[in-house]
Design a binder for this molecule. Structure first.
Ligand SMILES: Nc1ncnc2c1ncn2[C@@H]1O[C@H](COP(=O)(O)OP(=O)(O)OP(=O)(O)O)[C@@H](O)[C@H]1O
Length: 296
C-alpha cells in the first residue's frame, strides 16, 4: 500500500501559505510527521483526510484518487483530529456501538466483536463501562483510536495525539499505535522528537508548509555522524558562542551552566568534545538549514 502526494499547495484566504508544493510517498508502517507549531502538519493531515481541498496537486492511496473520490478514501480511513470535541456521558462500550451503527454495521454480533477488538487493542476493556467523559487525557486518546479502528481502516491519521499527555499515558498511547502500525499506513504528526524516535520507521521534518527531509530515523541520525560537538559554558557566554559557532541547541546542566551542541563538519576548536548525533540534532539542524535557505 502506498500514499502518493504530488505538488500539493494550499494558501488560506488570509494569505498564509500553509502547504507549499508538498510531494511525498508513504508506505505501510509508522510515519512520523515532525514539525514546529504552524508548520502545516494539520493542514496536510486534513487534506489527506478529505476534510479540506488543496489549491493544486494530486493525492492517491494506491489507485484511489483522494481529492476526487472522497467517499472511497473515507471507507478505508481512520482519522483522529487534534481535538475531538466534547464526549457525551456514555460508556466507552455504548459509544463504540453507537459509532459502529453510524458506520453501517447493522449486525449486532458483528458489532460486538468489532467493539471488543477495538477495546482490547487500545487497552480499554477493563474500563469499557465507565463514561468516556470522565476518562483521563490518555484514555480519551486511546478511545479516539478505538473508534477509528471500527471500520478496519487501511490508512490511519492521528494529528498530534500525544500533546498534553503525561509520560505514562503517552507511553501507553504510543504502545497502542505501535501495535496497529505494523499492518497499516499510520501517519502521526507531532512536535515531540522523542515520539518519532520511539515509534516511527519512516519520518519527515516539515516547516513553512514544505517537507524538508524524508528518511528513516536511523538514516537521519547517521548522516550527522562526526558533525556534532558539545561544550559547557557559562550562561552569559551563549550569545558570544552563537555568534561564533553553529549552536543548534542548548540545555541547562545541574550547576546552572549551559551545555551547547554545535553542528560543524570539523571540530570547531579544542574546547569542544565530539558527541554522537541524536534525532533531536537532526531536527534542529534541518530547521536551521531551512532558515538559512529562506534568509539567503
Ligand atoms: N483556517 C485557517 N485560516 C487561516 N490560516 C490558517 C488556518 N488554519 C491554519 N492556518 C495557518 O496555516 C499555518 C499552518 O497551520 P497548521 O495548523 O496546518 O500547522 P501545524 O503544523 O498543524 O501547527 P499546530 O501544531 O500549531 O496545529 C499556520 O500559520 C496557521 O496559522
Amino acid at each position: 500500500m502506498k500514499l502518493s502526494l504530488s505538488n500539493i499547495s494550499k494558501t488560506y484566504k488570509n494569505g498564509v501559505k500553509a502547504l507549499d508544493d508538498v510531494s511525498i510517498e508513504i508506505e505501510s508502517g509508522m510515519f512520523g510527521l515532525l514539525g514546529p507549531n504552524g508548520a502545516g502538519k494539520s493542514t496536510l493531515m486534513r487534506t489527506i483526510a478529505t476534510l479540506q481541498a488543496p489549491d493544486t496537486g494530486t493525492a492517491y492511496l494506491d489507485d484511489i484518487d483522494i481529492l476526487n473520490d472522497k467517499n472511497s478514501l473515507r471507507e478505508v480511513l481512520g482519522y483522529l483530529p487534534q481535538s475531538f470535541g466534547v464526549y457525551p456521558k456514555m460508556s466507552a462500550e455504548d459509544l463504540l456501538h453507537y459509532f459502529a451503527r453510524l458506520k453501517g454495521i447493522a449486525d449486532k454480533n458483528q458489532r460486538t466483536q468489532m467493539v471488543n477488538t477495538a477495546l482490547e487493542v487500545t487497552n480499554l476493556l477493563e474500563v469499557r463501562r465507565k463514561s468516556v467523559a470522565g476518562y483521563s487525557g490518555g484514555m480519551k486518546q486511546r478511545f479516539g483510536i478505538a473508534q477509528l479502528l471500527l471500520n478496519d481502516p487501511k490508512l490511519i491519521i492521528v494529528d498530534e495525539p500525544t500533546a498534553g499527555l503525561d509520560p505514562s499515558e503517552r507511553h501507553r498511547f504510543l504502545n497502542v499505535l505501535r501495535e496497529i502500525g505494523t499492518n497499516h499506513i499510520v501517519i502521526f504528526s507531532t512536535h515531540i522528537v522523542d515520539d518519532v524516535k520511539e515509534l516511527c520507521t519512516d519520518m519527515s521534518i516539515m516547516n513553512g508548509g514544505r517537507i524538508l527531509s524524508h528518511h528513516t530515523p536511523e538514516q537521519a541520525v547517521s548522516a550527522l555522524e562526526g558533525q556534532m560537538w558539545t561544550k559547557n559554558i557559562e550562561r552569559d557566554a551563549l550569545e558570544e558562542h552563537e555568534a561564533k559557532f553553529n549552536v543548534i541547541s542548548s540545555s541547562f546542566n545541574q550547576d546552572n551552566t549551559l551545555n551547547i551542541r554545535v553542528h560543524d563538519n570539523q571540530k570547531p576548536d579544542d574546547s569542544f568534545e565530539a558527541k554522537s548525533p541524536e534525532l533531536e540534532d537532526v531536527y534542529f539542524v534541518t530547521l536551521r538549514e531551512e532558515k538559512e535557505v529562506v534568509a539567503a
